[in-house]
Design a protein. Structure first.
Length: 433
């Protein structure tokens, strides 16, 4: 009864808030829409933003601190941190976090209210969060009935940079990055959970929860939330699932978009591929909303765009003719017939080979191209600081010195950028003498 009363009272507010959210999304989509030809040419502009942001390390606890004039270039790693599935044996902290997610970010079930404002608010809290020498530069959040996936790019200063999915760091460094990603996300989620639980215990708790079912209002995500229970935080951190391989992360989102991702909450059920089910295709709308919120972050957007491409291809007989074998199955009618599991599995295998894996490979290549372009731009910008602008002879000499490391970066080789800058500095000093 309370929910009905709330829905009647707040429907006008809900309608207005959703119109505002739609307007914001349309504006965001208009601003961020670029074609493939202009995408890479805009890498320099994006890198200017990234360099400008990381040249002064912003700590949400200690404030900004200035780095040296010629800073070590940033090394980026991509991480996927996920809330474990909700099962009968889930711990209390996991059940409580799912309850917060369903209330504040939406449960993703049929006819659920989209939460672009809440997702953006949570993303804004995560971006800029740091731990030690690491800082989050990009974030995208996929929240639905089956999962809470948080995709981030983590930045740290390293002298040696390697482009692409093959990491040359030691196992110790890789584990450190994974642990940092989990620490940052667990701290954020736990702080939000503590704020949510405090709100529920207040006099307006019932109204707060009722309103949250129908509205995407500002303030649902608490930007001032703090961690209150370290034991509970450590428990949540230890339970979060993480992945840091770009190919595995991209494949995960492609499978989710195609309706082929396993459901960890249903370990005893095999995944039944239903490409012509509008119910299963609902994930595409959820992913599009995720992309709209995260459209300003280039690397996570590449991954999500690849997932959307894979999701469309997994339902298009033009891209995968084997899909025609499932035509007529898994409709929405009461008496619609399910596809034979063996046939569905066979077609799913064809989709993996013709749609999913090519999308993963294309995503990795685009991320490589973006990282190469970004690092080359950074290298050139920092080299410019070593001589007076307008000195034509010195500029020619710097270009010659930059040629070889630039070519090595484009080939995907590791380059010590700081050493390159030191060599250029020494050569210019000798030239002046």
């Amino acid at each position: 009864m309370l929910i009905r009363i709330v829905s009647i009272l707040f429907f006008p507010i809900y309608f207005i808030s959703q119109c505002e959210a739609l307007s914001l999304d349309l504006n965001r989509a208009t601003i961020s829409k670029t074609n493939d030809d202009s995408y890479y040419s805009s890498a320099a502009a994006v890198q200017n933003k990234i360099v400008g942001k990381t040249d002064i390390i912003i700590s949400k606890d200690t404030g900004p601190s200035r780095q040296s004039k010629i800073a070590d270039p940033d090394r980026t790693s991509i991480h996927l941190v996920s809330l474990p599935p909700l099962t009968e044996t889930s711990s209390k902290i996991v059940r409580d976090t799912w309850k917060w997610k369903d209330t504040v970010l939406g449960n993703g079930r049929d006819y659920f209210v989209p939460r672009p404002r809440a997702l953006k608010a949570l993303s804004d809290i995560i971006v800029g969060s740091n731990h030690g020498n690491y800082i989050v530069e990009e974030c995208a959040i996929l929240s639905n009935c089956a999962r809470l996936d948080i995709l981030i790019s983590l930045n740290t200063s390293k002298k040696t940079i390697h482009i692409g999915g093959t990491d040359t760091n030691t196992d110790e460094n890789i584990m450190e990055e994974k642990n940092v990603a989990k620490k940052i996300i667990s701290s954020c989620l736990h702080a939000q959970l503590a704020s949510y639980q405090a709100q529920r215990r207040s006099k307006s708790g019932a109204l707060f929860e009722g309103v949250s079912l129908f509205l995407d209002l500002p303030g649902m995500v608490d930007i001032s939330a703090k961690v209150r229970d370290m034991d509970s935080l450590n428990s949540l951190e230890s339970l979060l699932q993480s992945q840091n391989k770009i190919d595995a992360i991209t494949r995960h989102f492609c499978l989710v978009a195609a309706g082929l991702a396993p459901r960890d909450s249903r370990p005893n059920r095999s995944v039944l591929f239903r490409p012509f089910s509008s119910r299963d295709a609902h994930i595409m709308l959820q992913l599009k909303r995720t992309v709209e919120v995260a459209s300003i972050y280039p690397q996570v957007k590449i991954i999500l765009d690849s997932a959307l491409h894979a999701g469309k291809g997994a339902r298009d007989p033009g891209q995968c003719p084997a899909l025609l074998k499932l035509k007529g199955y898994d409709g929405e009618g009461k008496y619609s017939q399910a596809a034979p599991p063996k046939l569905a599995k066979e077609v799913a295998g064809d989709v993996m080979n013709t749609v999913i894996e090519p999308a993963v490979e294309q995503s990795i290549e685009r991320i490589k191209a973006f990282q190469v372009s970004s690092i080359i731009t950074t290298l050139r910008q920092q080299a410019l600081e070593l001589y007076n602008n307008g000195d034509v002879e010195t500029e020619k000499k710097v270009r010659v010195l930059l040629h070889e490391p630039t070519m090595q970066l484009r080939k995907g080789c590791k380059v010590d950028v700081q050493q390159v800058l030191e060599i250029i500095g020494k050569e210019l000093s000798h030239h002046e003498i």
